[in-house]
Design a binder for this molecule. Structure first.
Ligand code: ZN
Length: 332
């Protein structure tokens, strides 16, 4: 009797132990499952976040792929890489202005500070990138006709016609400014050294041709471009050290876009934005293919003057518009 009850007790204990083991195993499985699910969720959430960022970027620059086609097309047409076109629409994305510290470097205006209030005057700086080209004479003629001065961010071209054009720009009181010698992203932005060499080349070349020391620069693709292999801040520091002020833009005419805007549309793009700002740096292009720009120029000047805007060439007193503020880059 006692023996059988002891046996029963043993069996009972064994049973309980087994149940406890099963419970523990289940708890472990559930625990592991929970941890794994959480990890998977975390990874998925992160991926969604990354995709969201990509999507935002793509939406903001949804014309990029079309425009890259345009760059290639332009390059074929003009024999040069004409373009930051693909990167131009970044202009509104983020522009600098955060200039807590300055090291004697031109201060970029903050976007909010630059918003025009009722009654504010509008200063407009028409800027032409990528020239000289077969259209430069016509652009200069139109500017002359209206008695307006502009700014030309030029690249290096060593033929006689181009040399004449650099001189004409200076002689007629426009601002001659630099836009790299080669305008080839692949070499220009491959290293700091490569950028330095290109910079010296364009600066020396323009000085040799015109006797003019250029003080202003525009990065091909803008300071906020996403193609440079070098941190743009390194290049900005290099310009800062040489006392060169670079300008981005806050108004894009749209002449870089692949879809061919009509001259009327270009005028509308510019006037529609100029009205928002006290200072507008207007991006346009001086390239053989940019016929609409040439046609738009006269009507654009008339429209701007009609709204009371003052059209000026960039000089040391110009409010600086930069996508990455030069003064935010520490000297080394
Ligand atoms: Zn350019």
């Amino acid at each position: 009797m006692e023996e059988s009850s002891a046996k029963g007790l043993k069996q009972e204990r064994r049973k309980r132990r087994r149940v406890a083991q099963i419970k523990m195993t289940l708890i472990c499985i559930i625990g592991i499952w929970l941890v794994v699910s959480m990890v998977i969720c975390g990874v998925l959430l992160y991926k969604v976040h990354v995709l969201e960022e990509d999507l935002k970027f793509l939406l903001k620059n949804f014309t990029v792929s079309q425009q890259i086609g345009q760059i290639e097309e332009d390059a074929n047409q003009t024999g040069a890489d004409t373009g930051e076109s693909a990167y131009l629409n970044l202009e509104a994305a983020s522009w600098a202005g955060d200039t807590e510290e300055s090291y004697g470097i031109a201060q970029a205006v903050n976007q909010e500070e630059n918003l025009a209030q009722e009654g504010d005057a509008h200063k407009v700086y028409l800027t032409f990138d990528d020239g000289p080209s077969g259209n430069t004479h016509q652009i200069l003629d139109t500017l002359d006709q209206y008695g307006v001065k502009a700014t030309f961010f030029v690249v290096g071209k060593d033929d006689d016609k181009s040399r004449e054009l650099y001189k004409r720009i200076v002689d007629e009181g426009h601002t001659l400014a630099m836009h790299s010698y080669s305008h080839k992203y692949s070499t220009l932005y491959s290293s700091l050294q490569s950028f330095e060499e290109d910079f010296s080349e364009i600066q020396n070349y323009l000085y040799e041709v015109t006797g003019e020391e250029c003080l202003f620069y525009r990065f091909p693709g803008g300071s906020s471009n996403h193609v440079s292999s070098v941190d743009m801040k390194e290049l900005i520091r290099y310009l800062n050290e040489r006392g060169i002020t670079y300008f981005d833009w806050n108004v894009a005419s749209g002449d870089a876009a692949s879809q061919k805007f009509t001259p009327e549309k270009l005028v509308e793009n510019v006037t529609g934005d100029v009205v928002k700002y006290k200072t507008s740096i207007v991006l346009m292009h001086d390239a053989d293919a940019k016929v609409s720009t040439v046609k738009a120029l006269g009507p654009m000047i008339e429209a701007l003057q009609g709204m009371g805007a003052e059209i000026l060439p960039i000089d040391e007193s110009t409010t600086v518009v930069q996508h990455i503020a030069a003064a935010s880059v520490d000297p080394q």
